[in-house]
Design a protein around this ligand. Structure first.
Ligand code: BEZ
Ligand code: FE
Length: 287
């Protein structure tokens, strides 16, 4: 270890991790160190660039707290969160694709009966969101739970906006014996990810926009199945092809504007017209 050189430093650092008892951790560290060193050599990293990177990480930590994790936002904006989703979906191609969780999930949303309503005092265009939860063989799953959250027409999630009631536009629901779920809500709205931290610095430096296309977030779970964390996007959204967090997948992009059939108008008679329909069936992979 006395004579560290340009040539031997990477192997020496990797060797220093050889007592790591967790094999998976050592595998990850070995590749991480290899790639980090390769990267630094390839870009010929200077001291001032290294200092800038350390300052960036320090500011990322400084702005993060219990309620805000700027590291996760950076992971989203660098496409790392979506890469982890895509890797996972790649292993289970017959299940619904995953998409970013985002920072606005809250546990403990109230349970709605099937056909329940989230519109309440919210302004916006009315839509009935419905579908079936199935396993990967296509069989409907009774008692599966969907846990949904979305933003209001002003773009904000309730936990970012003191003008909205607590837990606004959030619900949980259990599927019926046909695996079905259904609730009325307002169409979600495109919005910009927070840009007042290092995420924003990165977006300005790369001249990217901070917009996410309108989406409904869903966690779907059922005993014996892998939990699915995903988002359902509105195909008509202006930002559908430029999501700041790379969350959009073709299979998760639907129309929020299907006209209701006569039978659907009857089932949803409690809703003031006009309203449209949005249909999505989920597929869960068994554990
Ligand atoms: C969201 O969809 O709520 C979100 C996802 C990633 C970053 C910021 C917001
Ligand atoms: Fe979101």
């Amino acid at each position: 270890m006395r004579n560290i050189t340009f040539e031997n430093i990477t192997d020496t650092v990797i060797k220093s991790t050889e007592n790591t008892s967790d094999r998976r951790l050592q595998e990850i560290l070995t590749v991480l160190i290899t790639k980090l060193h390769e990267f630094s050599k390839e870009v010929n990293l200077s001291h001032s660039e290294w200092e800038a990177a350390m300052g960036f990480l320090l500011r990322t930590g400084d702005i993060s707290d219990e309620a805000r994790n700027e590291f996760v936002l950076l992971s989203d904006l660098f496409g790392l969160s979506s890469l982890v989703d895509v890797i996972s979906s790649h292993r289970a191609p017959e299940a619904s694709e995953r998409s970013v969780l985002g920072p606005f999930y809250r546990p403990g949303a109230a349970f709605l009966e099937i056909g329940g309503d989230l519109i309440k005092e919210n302004e916006g265009q009315h839509v009935v969101f419905q579908g079936v939860v199935r396993n990967t063989s296509g069989e409907p799953l009774e008692g599966a739970m969907i846990d949904c959250w979305q933003n209001a027409t002003n773009g904000f999630y309730e936990n970012m906006d003191p003008t909205q009631p607590d837990m606004n536009l959030r619900c949980r629901m259990l599927t019926n014996s046909n695996g079905q779920y259904r609730f009325s809500t307002i169409k979600p709205t495109p919005y910009q990810v927070p840009d007042d931290g290092t995420g924003g610095e990165y977006m300005r430096a790369t001249d990217r926009n901070c917009w996410r296309p309108a989406h409904l977030h869903v966690r779907v779970s059922a005993p014996g199945y892998e939990e699915l964390v995903t988002e359902i996007f509105n195909e008509a959204d202006a930002y559908i092809d430029s999501d700041a967090t790379f969350g959009v997948r073709e299979s998760l992009t639907i129309s929020y504007d299907r006209p209701a059939t006569g039978a659907e108008k009857e089932i949803n008679a409690h809703l003031k017209e006009p309203f449209t329909m949005a249909d999505f069936d989920f597929r869960l992979k068994s554990l």
